[in-house]
Write a protein that binds this ligand. Structure first.
Ligand code: KG4
Length: 338
């Protein structure tokens, strides 16, 4: 082994560490935080505290599972932002301390770059990876972006949400239905049994490649409010159809702009990433769209859709190869785009 990168991810509510050795993933350990469930959303202070408890055992397990020791590491890559600042501080400080102790460099990774580059995480030599340039639809709890990826360093956002992200639309509508946080996976499960044509919600008319989900959310909430007036059990009785119709509308919105982006750029490779790319309907729709156009599709394994350190280690690996290291006085940032 010549190049061994430890990746650390702590931007939100998952503490994760992964090892990539010579371009292949050796381990990817994730500790999710259940402490937030009762609050219906991530509580930043609780997230930071849980990261502090988790980070040592998670890194330890990642090294152990990879069959390496700290002495084998070439560099440590960490998520510097965007995310919750207290959470990011835990991963950043840990990476700095460990790297200083070992006398090795650190590499800062933009969390969004990690999602975009997650398609390069290979578990086996033969795993296929996208060719540049590719078009990435990044859909998560905080972002909905269409990105032209020309190289690991050269990314251009050509479309973005002007209000809510796709994940927020899932989560806020799910909350109105009384489903637990995060609601996306619950909508996904319920939608499988529902009629996607039963209800019709607002679809945006935004020019260009930008997204908007707040109109859909409002029309969904108004439908619930109006129907509950005549039948207080309306949501209970129609959960599956509501979920299926909501999911179908979100997919239609996502695919509409994706198709426009393909037409405008002429790019023949499409990848999706971020938490919402775990959605069964989104995955099937993107695959069907690409098949109908003869476009190559990259749909990540579900374990690489949500926050994970494998993608951070991968983005770090690219930077290591390019000789791009991070000074030790850099601090985390809460907000940024690609
Ligand atoms: O990328 P991610 O893990 O982190 C943040 O951006 O915070 O994305 C989280 C989002 C949440 O909105 C969650 O509801 C959504 O991804 N999500 C899903 C599914 N799994 C996660 N949305 C729809 N269907 C799913 N199966």
């Amino acid at each position: 082994m010549s190049t061994v990168i430890l990746g650390i991810e702590s931007s939100c509510d998952d503490t994760s560490a992964a090892v990539i050795a010579d371009g292949l993933l050796r381990s990817n350990v994730i500790a999710s935080q259940s402490v937030h469930e009762e609050y219906g959303g991530v509580v930043p202070e609780l997230a930071s505290r849980a990261h502090q408890q988790n980070i040592v055992p998670v890194v330890d397990a990642a090294l152990h599972r990879a069959g390496v020791t700290a002495a084998d590491l070439s560099a440590i890559a960490f998520t510097r932002g965007p995310g919750l600042i207290g959470s990011l501080l835990v991963g950043t400080s840990f990476a700095k301390g460990m790297a200083l102790g070992l006398g090795i460099p650190i590499i800062d990774v933009n969390h969004l770059h990690g999602h975009v580059l997650s398609h390069f995480v290979r578990e086996h030599e033969g795993d296929r990876v996208p060719a540049f340039p590719y078009l990435c639809l990044l859909i998560s709890g905080g972002n909905s972006q269409l990105i032209v990826v020309r190289s690991p360093e050269d990314m251009e956002i050509i479309g973005r949400t002007i209000d809510d992200a796709a994940g927020e639309a899932f989560d806020k509508c799910a909350k109105a239905m009384g489903l637990p946080y995060p609601g996306g996976p619950h909508i996904d499960r319920l939608a499988a049994e529902g009629d996607p044509d039963r209800f019709h919600f607002a679809r945006p008319h935004i020019a260009g490649l930008d997204y908007s989900f707040s109109g859909l959310k409002t029309s969904f909430l108004y439908t619930l409010r109006d129907c509950r007036k005549t039948d207080p059990d309306f949501v209970e009785k129609n959960r599956a159809d509501l979920a299926a119709s909501l999911q179908a509308t979100i997919i239609a919105i996502l695919l509409d702009k994706l198709a426009k982006a393909v037409d405008q750029t002429g790019i023949r490779t499409v990848a999706i990433g971020g938490g919402v790319s775990a959605n069964s309907g989104v995955r099937a729709a993107v695959e069907a769209f690409c098949a109908s156009r003869g476009i190559e599709a990259f749909i990540p394994a579900r374990k690489f859709t949500t926050d994970n350190a494998a993608m951070v280690a991968m983005a770090g690996y690219f930077k290591y190869m390019a000789g791009e290291f991070c000074p030790f006085d850099r601090t985390p940032y809460a907000r940024t785009e690609i």
